[in-house]
Design a protein around this ligand. Structure first.
Ligand SMILES: [Zn+2]
Length: 310
């Protein structure tokens, strides 16, 4: 049995566990809140403490997933949630073993490809829809990182439309409409009640709150428009959807799927299956451990620059 410590640093919580990389089984899971506003160093101390708690004699190393842009060598290229460099992490965790960093959505997609909804798919697009939206294309079991490691942000860029007749301009960021944060803030704009979390907006919609229903339907519709452009580009075998909002059945999913199918251009791709992710909330943690183990087996650890700075 090869065991790797998996770490998932999310915007809300940190989870650490020991992963059997041959089966995807996880044991000794420990969690704590991320509270990223405390600063990267405070979060890093929590991560180090959690890794210390689960530390297994048999583990061969550590894989860490982050909700940031991470290149193929494991260098962190953004600081949206935590302001770390890979060297910071290696200094903090190096005494527990070699460390590799991975993008959380690619890590989740890798776990899904190996042990979940993608295990029999030659290609799929993984969409993570929670507080934010992120995306990865997986081909032959491997998430496509892009040349710079940045192929995870299909919904995050701004889009401007100008009416050719009257010149009216409309600027939007699709993620700010389709995500949980977007649904929550749309509900706030409609009702004046700000800070109602996505789960509660979903509950209110189920109880007949028409503002909640409209915010959710608009989010699902926008996700469908985003996903349709991805399908037009890649024509994948399936879409695999994860994340809390992505897995919420009902209005969001219905609006998403109907918008997806109406926005896809080619009839031959219109019925692309939409599958629920199966690995669950530990997917980024499991996938980070898989990234570590794949690099170890390939003899890539030093080639990727992961050990050179220790
Ligand atoms: Zn106009």
């Amino acid at each position: 049995v090869v065991e790797v410590i998996g770490v998932d640093v999310g915007g809300t919580k940190i989870a650490v566990g020991i992963v059997d990389v041959d089966t995807g089984a996880v044991r000794s899971v420990e969690r704590s809140p991320t509270a990223p506003w405390r600063g990267g160093q405070a979060v890093l101390r929590n991560v180090t403490a959690l890794v210390g708690e689960v530390s297994a004699d048999r583990s061969v190393g550590i894989g860490v997933s982050l909700p940031e842009l991470v290149d193929q060598r494991g260098n962190v290229l953004s600081d949206v949630t935590v302001d770390w460099t890979s060297a910071d992490l290696q200094r903090a965790l190096g005494s527990s073993g070699p460390v590799i960093l991975a993008s959380d959505v690619r890590a989740a997609a890798l776990a899904e490809a190996r042990f979940g909804a993608g295990d029999d798919l030659a290609s799929f697009v993984y969409l993570s829809v929670g507080t934010g939206v992120s995306s990865t294309f997986v081909l032959d079991g491997k998430p496509w990182p892009g040349v710079n490691g940045c192929a995870v942000v299909a919904a995050s860029g701004g889009r401007s439309l100008t009416c050719p007749d009257c010149g009216l301009k409309f600027d939007e960021v699709p993620e700010n409409i389709a995500s949980g944060a977007g649904v929550s803030s749309a509900y706030g704009r409609r009702t004046g009640r700000n800070g109602v979390d996505t789960r509660e907006v979903l509950q209110r919609a189920g109880l007949g709150d028409t503002d909640a229903q409209a915010a959710i339907a608009a989010g699902g519709h926008e996700l469908g428009a985003i996903a349709a452009r991805i399908v037009d580009l890649l024509d994948p075998q399936a879409l695999v959807v994860g994340g809390g909002l992505g897995l919420a059945q009902g209005l969001y999913r219905e609006a998403f799927e109907s918008s997806l199918r109406s926005h896809i251009w080619a009839d031959c791709a219109r019925n692309v299956p939409v599958l629920d992710s199966r690995v669950g909330e530990l997917a980024p943690l499991i996938g980070a451990a898989l990234y570590f183990d794949d690099a170890r087996r390939d003899g890539d650890l030093t080639a990727r620059g992961q050990l050179e700075d220790l």
